[in-house]
Design a binder for this molecule. Structure first.
Ligand SMILES: Cc1cc2nc3c(=O)[nH]c(=O)nc-3n(C[C@H](O)[C@H](O)[C@H](O)COP(=O)(O)O)c2cc1C
Length: 319
């Protein structure tokens, strides 16, 4: 099935995925003007009233870009909504998305029919992120337009599933929009997602090491300096398993290879806080396994340009 027309303006089949705390209007605008979907969690705007300002800023910047570059229009932007019951801002944040007719809404942690219908009422597209085939079925039954398969090795809350297993299973029954995430940080890997049957690569950690990302320099540099050996998969900080940079855990005085188990019932998905997580995300740095491909902190446009070059070269290689 063809992708919805909103994705026609992409110059590379990539979504810059939402990153708690880190994504901001600067990063989103740079991603979209570079030709990939830019996104951010609504919850990054704090207080809630800041979302109105941020959406105005993004909408105006992209309109100005399109006016100045009619032959190279910006890719659409996306807002991530945590639809879990612990998010008491959801109604307000959805009203803001309606006001700006946000073109793509990425929903996480529970699929909600009313949210999907609301997005459709202004012509938006909903992509729901899932970690297994059962949740994928549920999301489509509840009216999501497409899926984001979060596979093993992804930054933040990741699954333990092979990307091959996930895409193969989903493509047995679903031919709609499918993005794939987990450790993608090269143009060859973007092409591989399409070869497997997905439509779009969903990339997070690589964008943390950009000038526009709202992360401290030590975090960006650790991504440049580290590789997959430096990532630990643990539920200690939020109650849900996720991938983190071991160095940030050592900096907090703990041994990343000896972390105890956590209590999932203590998790608050809206704040990112769980039973042991006073510092999760801010000081304990989420990160996927794909960072061996990141060798420098660069501008977002330069990162996307590298991906585009590598993607083109991979296509030639496979001819
Ligand atoms: C620091 C960090 C914060 C994240 N925050 C969110 C979030 O708020 N909402 C969400 O849906 N996904 C979040 N994710 C997951 C990403 O959107 C995406 O699934 C993941 O980064 C893809 O894997 P990669 O990092 O290996 O590219 C986060 C990931 C990281 C690394």
């Amino acid at each position: 099935m063809a992708l919805p027309p909103v994705f026609d303006k992409l110059r590379l089949p990539v979504i810059g995925s939402p990153l708690f705390i880190i994504s901001n209007p600067q990063l989103v605008i740079a991603q979209c003007t570079s030709g990939v979907v830019g996104s951010m969690p609504a919850l990054n705007a704090r207080p809630a009233s800041q979302l109105d300002e941020w959406l105005a800023e993004i909408t105006e910047a992209l309109a100005a870009w399109d006016k100045a570059h009619p032959d190279q229009p910006a890719a659409p932007f996306a807002i991530n909504q945590i639809v879990h019951k612990s998010n008491d801002r959801l109604e307000h944040d959805m009203q803001m998305c309606a006001k700006y007719r946000v073109p793509v809404v990425i929903t996480s942690l529970g699929a909600r029919e009313d949210v999907n219908q609301a997005v459709h009422s202004w012509g938006g597209v909903v992509l729901h992120d899932i970690i297994n085939n059962r949740f994928a079925h549920k999301a489509i039954e509840k009216g999501a337009d497409g899926l984001i398969a979060v596979a093993a090795g992804a930054g933040g809350h990741a699954s333990v599933k092979s990307p091959f297993a996930m895409v193969q299973e989903i493509r047995q029954w679903f031919d709609g929009p499918l993005a794939l995430s987990g450790a993608i940080a090269s143009g060859g890997a973007v092409l591989a997602t399409q070869a497997m049957g997905a439509d779009l690569a969903y990339i997070g950690s690589a964008f943390i090491a950009t000038h526009e990302a709202r992360a401290v320099e030590g975090y960006k540099q650790m991504i440049v300096d580290c590789d997959s050996d430096d990532i630990v998969y643990s539920n200690f900080y939020t109650g849900v398993h996720g991938n983190y940079l071991k160095g940030s855990i050592r900096n907090s005085g703990m041994d990343p290879d000896k972390l105890p188990e956590s209590d999932p019932t203590k998790m608050n998905f809206a704040t990112g806080e769980g039973s042991n997580s006073a510092k999760a995300w801010k000081d304990i740095w989420g990160c996927g396994q794909g960072i061996g491909a990141i060798t420098a902190v660069t501008g977002t446009a330069d990162l996307v340009e590298r991906l585009r070059r590598e993607y083109a070269a991979a296509r030639v290689r496979l001819r």
